[in-house]
Design a protein around this ligand. Sequence first.
Ligand SMILES: Nc1nc2c(ncn2[C@@H]2O[C@H](COP(=O)(O)OP(=O)(O)OP(=O)(O)O)[C@@H](O)[C@H]2O)c(=O)[nH]1
Ligand SMILES: [Mg+2]
Length: 216
Amino acid sequence: MQIDMKQPILEKNDAIAAQLRQRFADAGVFVLDLLASPGSGKTSTILATIDALRDEFNIAVIEGDIASSVDAEKIKRQGTSAVQINTGGACHLESAMIKRAVDVLDLDRLDLIIIENVGNLVCPTDFDLGENAKVMILSVPEGDDKPLKYPGVFQVSDAIVLNKVDTMPVFDFNEQAFRDEVHRLNPTAPIFPIAATKGSGVEEWASWLAEKIRAI
Ligand SMILES: Nc1nc2c(ncn2[C@@H]2O[C@H](COP(=O)(O)OP(=O)(O)OP(=O)(O)O)[C@@H](O)[C@H]2O)c(=O)[nH]1
Ligand SMILES: [Mg+2]
C-alpha cells in the first residue's frame, strides 16, 4: 500500500492560499514571495527595494525564519512594519502561517507585502501563499550551475534577481551560461543583476516590481 502524504498537505495549503488571494485582491495589495538560499541576500534586497519604493507605496514585510527575529528587527529599524514567523524547523512557509501574519496587518492601508521565505531552494516552490508573484534570488557566490541543480525554483519564478554582482571578479561565475540555462527553463522570466548592499541594479528591479503593483 502506498500513502501519499504530500497531496493532502498541498490541497489544504492551496485552499487557504485561495482565500488569502481573494483577501489580497479585495484590499488591493500586491504580495511578493521571495525565494532563495540562506545568506543569498534576501533581507538586503528587501531593504534596498523598500528604499526604492517607499515614496510611492505603503509596504509591510513578513519574515519567515526557522528561528530568531533578527530579520524582522532589521526591517523595523528601517521604519517598515514587519511580522516575524518562526517555523520551528520547517523548511518553508505555508499559507496557514501567512494567514496568521496577515491577521495582524492592516491590509487596507498597504500596497505591497514582501514575504521573505525560509532560505531553501527546494521546499518553498510547491507552496502557494496567495501571492501575486514568486521571485527568486541567486547570489553570485552560489555558482552559475544552480539552475541545473535546482530547476524547479527557476521554473516557478516570475523574475530572477542575480545578487552580489559586485563579487563577480572573485568568483568564477559564468553569467552567460547562467542566463542561457535560466532562459531554457523559464523563457519569460527577466533577470535583474543587482548588488543589494551597494545599490547597483536596484532601480531596474524596483521599476519592474512597481509596474506589477500599479497594474493590480
Ligand atoms: N558583497 C555583497 N554582499 C552582500 C550583498 N547582498 C547581501 N550581502 C551580504 O550577504 C550576507 C547575507 O545577507 P542577508 O541579506 O542577510 O541574506 P539573507 O538571504 O536574508 O540571509 P538569511 O535570512 O539568513 O537566509 C550579509 O553579510 C550581507 O551584507 C551584495 O550585493 N554584495
Ligand atoms: Mg534574511
